[in-house]
Design a protein around this ligand. Structure first.
Ligand SMILES: C[S@@+](CC[C@H](N)C(=O)[O-])C[C@H]1O[C@@H](n2cnc3c(N)ncnc32)[C@H](O)[C@@H]1O
Length: 274
């Protein structure tokens, strides 16, 4: 059994890896074609957006507050939820990522990625014209109330009194827990920590990498990842007292394997806190 110091040093080593994370490079690696090719159904990003759209439009997910855990420099993961929830809180461990998000929210230019094709695509999923994207952008800016620091390795990941005492109504987390944890037990503990942020009966949308052992968070910034399989995801959710509603799996086509990681697939889990 690993002692407390062993656990802490694993987590500290992960935090050290993140000090060189480069939001612009990360966006370029993962959120431009071929991984974000909206003309292809088998591209990763359209697959993720379709999963999120479906999950938020089935009628069972509702409430006031959605919290996105480990947002990074990305916004795609809240583009469907912003139509359902009146308030969204974005969170990340790194100030550089929170800054990137602030630049977009404040609409002052200088963003590392143009989110317009994403907004257009989600408008299409919602049965609206792609040209309605400025309304969606305005909606997302209107409902996002805060961009806050978070550490999923703390038993209380957010500062005290940020959330209503019952917790948020919904959590979204994409590619965070497995890529910030030194091993599977730490991943499971982090899942338990974020559970405390969610009210009983609230929903978790967990998106993550399958079979991944590392990714590049910038040129030469190799970040270790806990390689997960579908069975482990299901077990971890069950052990954290979630009821799994659906697990969807995407397998990376050969041409999406672009040398920025060794991911083999992506999972999307929709679950409900017991
Ligand atoms: C692979 S990125 C995922 C970003 C984004 N959610 C996405 O879908 O692409 C992992 C994110 O976790 C953040 N992170 C690192 N350590 C963390 C921690 N201890 N707690 C919460 N987030 C952390 C990083 O800053 C980074 O933004």
């Amino acid at each position: 059994m690993m002692d407390e110091r062993g656990k802490e040093s694993g987590v500290a080593a992960m935090a050290a890896c993140y000090q060189k994370f480069d939001p612009a490079a990360y966006l370029q690696y993962n959120y431009t074609p071929p991984r974000a090719d909206f003309s292809r159904k088998d591209s990763i990003v359209p697959w993720k957006l379709a999963c999120l759209h479906r999950a938020f439009t089935e009628g069972d997910v509702r409430g006031e507050l959605l919290v996105d855990i480990g947002s990074g420099p990305t916004l795609y993961q809240v583009m469907s939820g912003c139509e359902v929830f009146n308030r969204i809180i974005l969170t990340d461990f790194l100030e550089v990522n929170r800054q990137e998000l602030r630049r977009w929210l404040q609409d002052e230019g200088g963003c590392s990625l143009d989110w317009t094709p994403y907004l257009e695509h989600v408008c299409k999923l919602e049965g609206r014209r792609p040209s309605a994207w400025p309304e969606k952008a305005a909606k997302l800016r209107q409902v996002t109330s805060d961009i806050l620091p978070i550490d999923v390795h703390c038993s209380q990941p957010l500062a005290p009194d940020i959330l209503p005492s019952a917790g948020a109504d919904c959590l979204v987390s994409s590619f965070c827990l497995e890529s910030v944890s030194p091993d599977l037990p730490a991943f499971n503990r982090a899942l338990g920590h974020i559970r405390k942020l969610l009210r009983p009966g609230g929903h978790l949308m967990l998106i993550g990498a399958l079979g991944e052992s590392y990714y590049f968070g910038g040129p030469g910034v190799r970040i270790p990842v806990v390689p997960l399989n579908e069975a482990q995801v299901c077990t971890s959710l069950k052990e954290s007292d979630y009821t799994l509603i659906r697990l969807e799996v995407y397998t990376l086509p050969q041409d999406m394997r672009v040398g920025v990681d060794d991911v083999t697939g992506v999972f999307f889990a929709k679950a409900k806190r017991d």
